[in-house]
Write a protein that binds this ligand. Structure first.
Ligand code: AMP
Length: 196
């Protein structure tokens, strides 16, 4: 795995406990020589991951929009800093340029990006692995919601158990993503229709 796209919070009001896993991700990516692809922001967990990567000599691709450049205090020190016109272009670049996806705690923007990469994986638009760092149980309600969908046959069990790598420890999630096989455009296994 040469690059990893990280989606996470832009909030400046988080408990410091949520910053710790972001620092671990930054350190680990730099140590493994994996390029960070992210939304280019200098605030919240986004800024934390980016700054930590640079503290440890890693490499960053930031993708931001003109409008958010100010609001999210664009991390212009990114080794490659792309300023695009629309959110759609931003997400497209971020989805294409990472060899896998890592979700750290975040709000609506992070949720949106997570569901977009997961839905694209289910229909076979890509075969990249997806990991969730469940820091301090932040994503427990999301995981419960997926179980609820599985219970009522809206979501295949394999989506939760085979497509997602979930752990509270960022290092374990990165290990799982690095070791994941990118096999199978076997959409039937993951799409809601058909057998279990
Ligand atoms: P949040 O999780 O809400 O703090 O947002 C995390 C990041 O997602 C921020 O950089 C937001 O600008 C970004 N974001 C929010 N909505 C979208 C969207 N529709 N497309 C792309 N990025 C988005």
């Amino acid at each position: 795995m040469k690059s990893l796209t990280v989606y996470c919070s832009s909030s400046t009001r988080l408990d410091p406990d949520f910053h710790e896993p972001a620092k671990i991700v930054g350190r680990e990516l730099a140590r493994r020589g994996i390029t960070l692809v992210y939304g280019g922001g200098g605030i919240g967990l986004m800024g934390e991951v980016a700054r930590t990567i640079h503290e440890h000599g890693g490499h960053i691709v930031g993708v931001i929009t003109h409008t958010l450049n100010d609001k999210e205090r664009g991390y212009v020190q990114s080794d490659e800093y792309l300023v695009v016109d629309t959110m759609q272009q931003r997400k497209k670049q971020m989805m294409e340029r990472g060899d896998g996806f890592l979700i750290l705690p975040g709000g609506v923007g992070t949720y949106e990006e997570f569901f977009e990469v997961l839905a694209a994986r289910i229909v076979g638009e890509h075969t990249k692995p997806i990991g969730i760092v469940n820091s301090h149980g932040y994503f427990d309600p999301l995981i419960d919601m997926m179980h609820h969908g599985i219970e009522h046959q809206f979501i295949k069990e394999a989506v939760l158990h085979e497509l997602l790598h979930i752990d509270q420890d960022p290092v374990k999630v990165i290990d799982a993503l690095a070791g994941a096989e990118r096999n199978g455009l076997d959409k039937e296994r993951f799409m809601p229709m058909g057998r279990k």
